[in-house]
Design a protein around this ligand. Sequence first.
Ligand code: COA
Length: 258
Amino acid sequence: MAYNTLLFTIDGPVATISFNRPEKLNALTPEVVAEFSQALKEVRGNPAIRVLLLTGQGRAFIAGADIKQFLELDPLSARQFAVQSQGLLFELEELPIPVIACVHGFALGGGCELALACDFIYAAANAKFGQPEINLGFNPCWGGTQRLARIVGKSLAKEICLTGRFFDAEEARALGLVARVFPEANFLEECQNAALTLAAKGRVAMEAVKRVIDWGVNVDLKTGLALEAEAFALCFASPDVKEGAAAFLEKRQPRFQP
Ligand code: COA
């Protein structure tokens, strides 16, 4: 389906959603949010897609939620905004396939939080992250206080959210927010190559890794290990395991189930 505020492309097993309001640094309006949710449904409903990339047109990934809309909110509509936005990021996080946030330029406020809800972040060397909501008089509400604290720890999350300062790709990598930093010149190409590498892995095993890590970090170690054992058992329901082992023994690349 065609979108006004997004570019949605499918190239073999890799889908890319690119936020497309470059003149507003891809700020997230209600229309963008509704279209993004619809695009996620399309991804979920298409078994040929094995990896999803998120990116932005122009000089930013996403510079946050559209600040104009905050003028209209009262406490009840503000709560509804927060809960709906958090729900959208659960839709993203709960996709069964790997999702890579490909961040160049600004990833601020909701843009940073949206990237944090992806499985991991690749950053261009010019990326700038931040939770500047404090400068607008409120706290991050798309999970910024929660996912960020779970990654960088309580103290650093407070420093980032209380100061609202921007930090660059290298600092984000040192903090554990960003998996890898690439030069700007070939950034998208690097992300696409990484996506193709992931797309060749087994679907069942990739979903198992995602689920067990996402669920496991929020429970005690014994429960996490039990989840890990169950997921491991489930992998053996797929012919991928036999194919993976046979390919190793025959010294060839595995051909996992489509
Ligand atoms: N909401 C609405 N519009 C936004 C926006 C946002 N979050 N971020 C940027 N824009 C708009 C600007 O208003 C401007 O529109 P205009 O040309 O019609 O005036 C356009 O995008 C370009 O931004 P501009 O501020 O001119 O670019 P810059 O390079 O000087 O500064 C930023 C870039 C990202 C530092 C600055 O735009 C900014 O601070 N944005 C807000 C970030 C934020 O607080 N996000 C959290 C929101 S909860």
